[in-house]
Design a protein around this ligand. Sequence first.
Ligand code: SF4
Length: 378
Amino acid sequence: MPKKQQNKAKPARARPVHAGPAASLLLAWYDRHRRVLPWRALPGQRPDPYRVWLAEIMLQQTTVAAVGPYYEKFLQRWPTVGALARAKLDDVMHAWAGLGYYRRARLLHACARAVVADHGGQFPSDEAALRALPGIGAYTAAAVTAIAFGRRANVVDGNVERVMARLFAVKKPLTESKRLLRAHAEKLLPASRFGDYAQALMDLGATVCTPGKPRCYLCPLQGACVAFARGIAAALPARAVKKAKPLRQTTAYWLVNQRGEVLLRRRPPEGLLGGMVEVPSAPWRERGEKQPVRLKKNKDGAEKTHAPARTRWKMLAGDVRHSFTHFDLHIRVAVGKIRSSRAGGSIQGFWVKRGAVEDQGLPSVMRKIARHALAASG
Ligand code: SF4
């Protein structure tokens, strides 16, 4: 044999991934290693569609650890979809405060009402009917179909995409390969146990085929994994070049009246943090964006136009920083005092005792502003 060929290392080969064996291996692994989660039915138990749906909505863009206490709180307060439908929207928004992506809370409430009004208080078991409900997209509809009703559905979330990208060594970034990964996942679906299979894939992605360094030595699919065989598992899925997040800025106004109460207000129902309680603030503008012509600053630098009352505003040292999915926000905090709670007669909002500000269901960014102001004013 020529020398050149003798030195050439033979690449390891993965056996092609076939639906039957891969699903059986994964289900056997799941039977031994499944995660115990508060919203998950135990083996032999019948899943409750309400609990499955509630957890799936909460888990969107949110970690299992963050969701746990909220899930328990919601379930205690509203144990059925009917109870949630009867709740006041404000109470639901308040209970959701801190979990982020507040549009979900509105849609959660709207969905509960639609289930009661249009489906007699029972979630439909059909994927298309689920998708027609408020706040239920393709992923959630598939997850509820498979997990709550045990029906065939291709449940593809970020974890599953990562597992598929590695199993089939798909080198394109996720943003460009979603359809292909979904098709790979569809090919691997088993003939039964659809709910267990969906949760097994989720568990594999969350505990073994993790981002960064996958723990291939624990993986039931190792023998079929092309990325493992080629030694490129940790490099997949390929990352798309990240764009820098735009920066927005604003000023928040911490206004205190003669009784030591703080002014808060409710944001408009639509848009980011829609319907949530906030510390009054100027519009959030991107750096370099033109300011309105009428915007003037008093000698402390606070913007007069958007301040909730005419008073002497003092700018606190330092700023508050918060990161949203699509932009970062830097907030300066101006502090002012007024003698009367009706100064000027035009104050919009409601007054809250200083010590009770954090009990008002503030979203995280507003809690940071409140803490900054409270720390500065002692
Ligand atoms: Fe993921 Fe490794 Fe399993 Fe492949 S072998 S699916 S890379 S954990």
